[in-house]
Design a protein around this ligand. Structure first.
Ligand code: ATP
Length: 241
C-alpha cells in the first residue's frame, strides 16, 4: 500500500504545486490521477519517486508511506530498490543507445540472471520491442519509445509502476496496445499501477479508482465508474455536456 498523507510540495521554496494531498493506492490496484495541465499530477509522482530535489522541489509537509514505512530521506535509487518506479513524461530514453541497452540500464538493481529473465519478460509483453531490440532508441516511433520506457522501468521488477501521461502524442492504435499491455501486466503479476493521464476517458476505463487534481488539490475522487458517470467529470474531463 502506497499512502500520501497531507502532502505539500513547494518548488523554489515558493511555488505551491501540491497542497494537502492525501491518497492511498491499494496493493495490486490500478489508480488514475487526472487533471488539467499544471494541476500538480507530475509533482505528486516526483514526490513519491524522490526526484523533486533535482528540480528545486521539496516536500514541506506531510508524508509518503510505502508498505507501512516513510520514504522521507530515501534517495531515488533506494525508492527504486524498495519497489517503486516512475516512467517519466516524455519517456527520457537514452536516445543514442539501442533498445536493449536502454532496457539493461533499467536493471541496475538486479543480478545478471534476473536481468536476463527481465528482458525476456519484456519481449513477451511487447513483441515490437523485441523486433526493434538492436535499433537505436532515438529512431523509434513515439509509441515504440513509450513501450521501451515502460520496459526499462519493469527491469527493476517493481511493485508499483507509475506512468506519467503514457498516451501523450500517440496514435489511438498504439495507445490501445500500450494500455492493453499495462492491464495484462497488472492482472498477471499484480503490479500496482498509478497512472497520470490527460486522457480521462481511457484512464477511467482501465482503472478502478481515480483522483482528480486541480491547483494542487484533490477536488474529487472515487471509483472510476462513478467518476465517469459524474456530470462535472463528463463536462470538464470527458468533453460530454
Ligand atoms: P502537466 O500535465 O502539464 O505536466 P501536471 O498536472 O503534471 O501538469 P505539474 O507538472 O506537477 O503539473 O506542475 C504543477 C505546478 O508546479 C505548475 O504550476 C507548474 O508550473 C509548477 N512546476 C512544475 N515543475 C516546476 C519546476 N521544476 N519549477 C517550478 N515550478 C514547477
Amino acid at each position: 500500500m502506497l499512502e500520501l498523507r497531507n502532502l505539500q510540495v513547494l518548488y523554489d521554496r515558493a511555488i505551491e504545486a501540491v497542497r494537502d494531498v492525501s491518497l492511498s493506492v491499494p496493493d495490486g490496484a490500478m489508480v488514475a490521477l487526472l487533471g488539467s495541465n499544471g494541476a500538480g499530477k507530475s509533482t505528486i509522482l516526483k514526490a513519491i519517486s524522490g526526484v523533486l530535489s533535482q528540480e528545486d522541489g521539496e516536500i514541506v509537509a506531510g508524508s509518503v508511506q510505502f508498505e507501512g514505512e516513510s520514504l522521507a530521506g530515501a534517495s531515488a535509487s533506494d525508492i527504486v530498490r524498495r519497489g517503486i518506479i516512475q516512467v517519466p513524461e516524455g519517456r527520457a530514453l537514452f536516445a543514442p543507445l539501442t533498445v536493449e541497452e536502454n532496457l539493461l540500464m533499467g536493471g541496475f538493481t538486479r543480478t545478471r540472471a534476473q536481468t536476463r529473465d527481465g528482458i525476456e519478460r519484456i519481449y513477451s509483453l511487447f513483441s515490437r520491442v523485441k523486433e526493434r531490440r538492436h535499433q537505436i532508441a532515438g529512431y523509434l516511433s513515439g509509441g515504440e519509445q513509450q513501450m521501451v520506457a515502460i520496459g526499462r522501468a519493469l527491469m527493476s521488477d517493481p511493485k508499483v509502476l507509475m506512468l506519467d501521461e503514457p498516451s501523450l502524442g500517440l496514435a489511438p492504435q498504439i495507445i490501445d496496445d500500450i494500455f492493453t499491455a499495462v492491464v495484462e501486466l497488472n492482472r498477471s503479476s499484480g503490479v500496482t499501477v498509478l497512472l497520470v493521464e490527460q486522457n480521462a476517458q481511457l484512464a477511467l476505463e482501465i482503472t478502478s479508482q481515480g483522483f482528480i487534481i486541480e491547483n494542487g488539490r484533490i477536488v474529487l475522487d472515487g471509483p472510476s465508474d462513478k467518476l465517469r458517470a459524474n456530470a462535472d467529470v463528463q463536462e470538464f474531463y470527458l468533453g460530454i455536456s
